[in-house]
Design a protein. Structure first.
Length: 324
């Protein structure tokens, strides 16, 4: 067999090139030789319009989140807004605090343990004495308080002192804020409101919305309730007629928060809350004007702070005098 016969034999084992193979190869070759079109440069105005549109879309999305806070979607649970969405009102704050506390367990001290609360107080020197002379009394002081778990004993200590003053016996049974009492309160807002209103009206002249607002203020500032009960108390506040909202309020130690307030006669009582952690910051009393000349408040300018308290620390201690 010569070389030509070998070549023919090998060629016969290979599929012969067909016209469609040549056409496809030619198409790919021509496509690779065609220069790519240069990208168009869009005018700057186009980019500005697009950026404005994206910003408007983001704002719209944020508003949508705020409007749907706390709504339940079947199969998806409670909608929680991103941290950057601001708190718009009392209802929004209450829903977000409830959502944040939902996965936690409220921890209360044993009967022989104590709730510890440290507070920084301020009172205007203008209302600290009854004379017309300037007051020489300190307008600021810090106090530590311990409340026994069963409510049968309390204790106090002024900052800088080593003396712990014990107070035997609980507070008025209708004005309690000890851990044992707080543990007994319902977490459902409607039932909680009825319970608070009943206890307050049996012990004070306050009635209706003012009675509930006063009671919630007392429990928040004196009792340092755990997260789920605290959120339920915020919900009760958000449902009261006459409750207003003040944004970006600073407490006596300079922390910025959100104020929930109720006006009555010549004064405004305000509860200060951290809108990010939902912790209680404290409370304030603001003079609104209209006080009689004989009242110490008449020395104040409308809008001036009469008194303020900041809750700066709290926790559970084993003994009165101990700090968590």
């Amino acid at each position: 067999m010569n070389d030509l016969d070998i070549v023919r034999d090998l060629r016969s084992q290979v599929r012969q090139t067909e016209d469609r193979d040549l056409r496809e190869a030619r198409r790919r070759l021509l496509a690779s030789m065609t220069p790519a079109p240069r990208p168009r440069r869009l005018p700057r105005m186009v980019f500005r319009v697009a950026a404005a549109g994206a910003l408007a879309l983001a704002i719209t999305a944020g508003v949508t989140v705020v409007q749907n806070l706390g709504t339940d979607t079947p199969g998806r649970g409670t909608v929680s807004p991103p941290a950057w969405v601001p708190v718009a009102n009392a209802e929004t704050l209450a829903k977000r605090a409830t959502a944040a506390a939902a996965g936690t367990t409220d921890v209360y001290p044993r009967a022989d343990q104590w709730i510890y609360v440290k507070r920084d107080f301020y009172r205007s020197p203008k209302v600290m004495n009854t004379s017309q002379k300037p007051s020489t009394t300190e307008s600021r002081h810090v106090e530590e308080q311990w409340i026994r778990g069963d409510g049968k004993e309390r204790a106090r200590r002024e900052e800088g002192s080593e003396t712990v003053t014990r107070i035997h016996g609980g507070a008025d049974p209708h004005l309690r804020y000890d851990p044992d009492y707080l543990r007994s309160l319902p977490l459902e807002p409607s039932a909680l409101r009825r319970s608070l209103q009943k206890d307050t009206e049996e012990a004070t002249p306050l009635r209706g919305e003012r009675a509930v607002f006063s009671r919630v203020s007392l429990i928040l500032q004196e009792g340092a309730p755990a997260a789920r009960l605290r959120a339920a108390l915020y919900t009760v506040l958000s449902q009261l007629d006459g409750v207003g909202v003040e944004q970006k309020v600073r407490d006596v130690v300079g922390r910025e928060g959100m104020g929930l307030y109720m006006d009555a006669d010549t004064e405004r009582r305000e509860i200060l809350i951290d809108p990010k952690s939902y912790d209680l910051l404290g409370g304030r009393l603001i003079y609104l004007g209209g006080a009689e000349k004989s009242s110490p408040f008449a020395r104040l300018t409308p809008g001036e702070v009469v008194s303020s308290v900041a809750q700066v620390a709290y926790g559970i201690a084993d003994h009165a005098g101990d700090v968590p």
